[in-house]
Design a protein around this ligand. Structure first.
Ligand SMILES: [Zn+2]
Length: 339
């Protein structure tokens, strides 16, 4: 059983009971990463095993990621299950300001009056004034943006701390180091908990697709290349830098834990190399559907190479769609020298 799937509480919450289906056997809503670190399923998109937040039970309790506003009830419920109430939280960290990571930050800060919000310096203006985030989500998701992610609320400026590269947060019992980690987003940071070697990677060290999400009989890892800052060269440099810090495990927001950490770096790099090879057959004038069909073939090739030619890639069609948008934006920006 992977570490991320350990049930810490044999009492199933009503949330779990409501949402469980037969297909999800083995999936749990709250899982232990270490004695003091827990993952909480956010049921993003109303689906299990898609996105999670992490809570560190330090003397100053820390939450990493809030998910979207739609995830807020699942997050609060999960926190209660691990015995940390929102009013206990002293630190809330968002890895970047995409709405599936930080869309619910306003709601979470409202119920966590003792908490400070820590984010990348480039994320800070959008946390205080989310109007551009909302417009950005509408550009990608259209009119469905608010249905998917919920309403985005601002956070008061005096409660937000911009964390630069290699700054440290002493949460009393857990020392956290922030890293500036561009490549997926220019406003992305990752966090390493020094005491446990746990890297909270946001969207930087790939996506771990769970069986609960895909319905496939195995877990699978692949990079995410969503708009609008995806840059494979920068992302590969970021991966090298993070790996040089020798993390023990990767705590993915999507979804759960890869241990040893190197396995997540390997699948992310391998996927990026496939995408780079694929991009040599594309240009800034390629259409969205061309990128999408080529990326679908690339995903099939990767699944084939790891011994799973039989699965239906339709299970990850949403991500293929979003990733192909990000790849096209990258090609267009590169063509005009605006990366
Ligand atoms: Zn994400």
């Amino acid at each position: 059983m992977p570490l991320g799937e350990c049930l810490i509480n044999s009492h199933r919450s009503s949330l779990q009971t409501q949402r469980y289906t037969e297909r999800e056997v083995g999936h749990v809503a709250v899982f232990a990463v270490t004695d003091n670190i827990f993952g909480i399923d956010l049921y993003e998109e109303g689906r299990p095993g898609r996105s999670c937040a992490y809570v560190i039970r330090a003397r100053e309790p820390v939450l990493v990621e809030t998910g979207s506003a739609r995830s807020h009830p699942a997050l609060v419920k999960g926190l209660e299950e691990v015995g940390v109430y929102p009013s206990d939280l002293r630190h809330i960290i968002v890895t970047h300001v995409h709405l599936d990571h930080a869309g619910g930050v306003g709601q979470m800060m409202e119920v966590s009056p003792k908490a400070l919000l820590h984010c990348h310096p480039r994320a800070l203006p959008h946390i205080i004034d989310p109007s551009r985030l909302i417009a950005g989500a509408q550009a990608v998701y259209g009119d469905q943006a608010e249905d998917i992610f919920g309403p985005v609320k601002p956070v008061a400026k005096e409660r937000v701390v911009a964390q630069g590269d290699e700054t440290m947060l002493d949460a009393k019992g857990h020392e956290l180091v922030f890293y500036d980690t561009p490549g997926h987003a220019k406003h992305h940071l990752c966090v390493i908990d020094q005491s446990t070697g746990s890297l909270f990677s946001g969207d930087t060290v790939g996506i771990r697709y769970t069986r609960a999400y895909t319905g496939w009989p195995f877990e699978w890892g692949f990079p995410t290349t969503t708009p609008s800052d995806f840059n494979p060269d920068v992302l590969l440099e970021t991966l090298d830098r993070l790996l040089s810090r020798r993390p023990r495990r990767v705590c993915h927001t999507h979804y759960g834990v890869t241990e040893p950490a190197r396995a997540a770096f390997d699948f992310t790099r391998r996927g990026l190399q496939r995408i780079q090879a694929m991009m040599t057959r594309l240009s800034e004038t390629s259409t969205q559907s061309e990128v999408q069909s080529l990326l679908t073939s690339t995903v099939r090739q990767e699944l084939d190479a790891i011994g799973h030619p039989e699965v239906d890639v339709g299970a990850v069609a949403l991500d293929i769609f979003l990733n192909s948008q990000g790849i096209l934006v990258y090609l267009q920006k590169r063509a005009v020298g605006k990366l």
